[in-house]
Design a protein around this ligand. Structure first.
Ligand code: NAD
Length: 263
């Protein structure tokens, strides 16, 4: 792979699995120094760190900051500066989901989703921008969702948070528009991750259909392509936004959803 990020430093939140890990790997292979962040089983975290360190050719720094806590988010950005000397690329990726109708949606799930999926992006961006302005270059990339542009029932907190992320992306973009910093959002449809794939079996059982039908007719009901988006495809978009030819792309919400929001 062309080393288009040689000399750059990046922090990818929620990079111990799924989309975040794929982005961290793509950045490391493109020559960036990458700091990882995430929660989870120590074994899984160690495996993710090993994989990214190998791609980087050196130990990948790691922050176990719990992004539901603003102080921890600020501490993570400071740690990134400490470990890498700078922070050129911030990818706000960490996110959680919970589904229930509005009337029975638990208050604590609402608070957690808003804190992790939305407020953490604000606190991290606020902490990272001064350094980017000082060095005269920067990329803020927010992993939103098709649910940042359209709604689905039973996802009130997630859809609210992701619409907020798209709105915040536009404000930050306007505020940095006269500088070599950009801020953009990526809006994936259903992406193949272990968690998402695990929903197929129960859906097939619930509707009495094969797993293939459960995938196309139920899980990917809104995705016209009827196929998963792959994590590597999202990572490719994140690499483009961090790379040398994207300086005029600012304040956009780029869809990668098999046609979902075109419908
Ligand atoms: P995932 O569950 O595989 O990964 C989530 C990551 O976030 C993990 O590393 C986890 O440790 C981290 N995380 C969760 N809570 C945290 C906290 N409090 N503090 C720090 N880290 C925390 O999920 P994924 O599918 O890879 O999703 C990544 C992002 O992409 C999320 O923002 C999600 O909303 C978004 N997204 C996913 C899909 C999809 O279909 N998978 C579609 C659209 C958008």
């Amino acid at each position: 792979m062309e080393r288009v990020l040689e000399g750059r430093t990046a922090l990818v939140t929620g990079s111990t699995s799924g989309i975040g890990l794929a982005i961290a790997l793509a950045y490391a292979r493109a020559g960036a120094k990458v700091m990882l962040n995430g929660l989870g089983a120590p074994d899984a975290i160690a495996a993710a760190r090993r994989e990214v360190s190998e791609a980087m050719g050196g130990e990948a720094p790691f922050s176990d900051a719990d992004l539901s806590k603003p102080e921890a988010v600020r501490g993570m950005v400071a740690a990134a500066h400490g470990a890498m000397g700078s922070l050129d690329i911030l990818v706000n990726n960490a996110g959680i989901q919970f589904t229930a109708p509005v009337e029975s949606f638990p208050d604590d799930k609402w608070d957690a989703i808003l804190a992790i999926n939305l407020s953490a992006c604000f606190h991290a961006t606020k902490a990272a921008l001064p350094g980017m302005r000082e060095r005269g270059w920067g990329r803020v990339i927010n992993i939103a969702s098709a649910h940042g542009l359209v709604a689905s029932e039973h996802k009130v907190a997630y859809v609210t948070a992701k619409h907020g992320v798209v709105g915040m992306t536009k404000v930050v973009a306007l505020e940095v528009a006269r500088t070599p910093i950009t801020c953009n959002a990526i809006c994936p449809g259903f992406v193949r991750t272990p968690l998402a794939e695990a929903q197929i079996g129960p859906l097939a059982k619930e509707h009495g259909v094969s797993e293939e039908v459960a995938l196309t007719d139920y899980l990917l009901e809104k995705q016209p392509s009827k196929r998963w988006v792959e994590v590597e495809e999202v990572a490719g978009m994140a690499l483009y936004l961090a790379g040398p030819n994207s300086g005029a792309v600012n304040g956009t919400a780029l869809s990668i959803d098999g046609g979902w929001v075109a419908a």
